[in-house]
Design a protein around this ligand. Structure first.
Ligand code: ZN
Length: 138
C-alpha cells in the first residue's frame, strides 16, 4: 500500500472566502501515483472548512448569507469566546461546514458525483493556513 501526504497553504485576502481547490487536490493525487484508494482532505485550522458542493457563485453567496444568519460575525460581544479574540463566529461556521472530506480514488481519478467540487472555506482569513491532503491506496 502507498501513502502520500502534502500540505496546501492559503492566505485569503478577506476574512471569509470559498476557494475551489479541486485541481490542486487532483495534482496531489497525480503526484501520489495512487490509482485505487482514498483521498482525505482536511483543514488543519479550527476556523476553516473543507467541503464538497457545487461550483456555483450564487450558491456560495447563499452559504455566506445562511452562515451569517446562524452565526453572525458581529457584534463580537455576543460570544463568550470573544474574550480577547473576535473569531467565535468563524469557529461556529467551521463546525457547520465541516472539517474534512474523503473522496474515493478510482483508476487514478477522484471519483466524484455530478457537479461535486472540493472547496476550502475560510472564516477567519488574512493569514497563512494549511490544508492536509492524505492519500492511501495502491
Ligand atoms: Zn478563537
Amino acid at each position: 500500500m502507498k501513502t502520500y501526504r502534502k500540505e496546501l497553504w492559503f492566505n485569503t485576502p478577506h476574512r471569509r472566502d470559498f476557494i475551489n481547490i479541486t485541481s490542486q487536490v487532483e495534482s496531489v493525487l497525480a503526484e501520489s501515483g495512487v490509482k485505487e484508494g482514498f483521498c482525505l482532505v482536511n483543514a488543519m485550522h479550527i476556523t476553516a472548512s473543507i467541503f464538497i458542493n457545487d461550483n456555483e457563485p450564487g450558491l456560495h453567496r447563499d452559504f455566506e448569507t445562511w452562515l451569517e444568519k446562524l452565526a453572525p460575525e458581529k457584534p463580537y460581544s455576543q460570544y463568550n469566546h470573544n474574550n480577547g479574540e473576535d473569531n467565535a463566529d468563524a469557529h461556529l461556521k467551521r463546525t457547520i461546514m465541516g472539517r474534512e472530506v474523503v473522496v474515493a480514488v478510482t483508476n487514478g481519478r477522484l471519483d466524484f458525483g455530478p457537479w461535486e467540487q472540493i472547496f476550502y472555506g475560510e472564516f477567519d482569513g488574512k493569514r497563512k493556513k494549511r490544508v492536509l491532503v492524505k492519500i492511501i491506496g495502491e
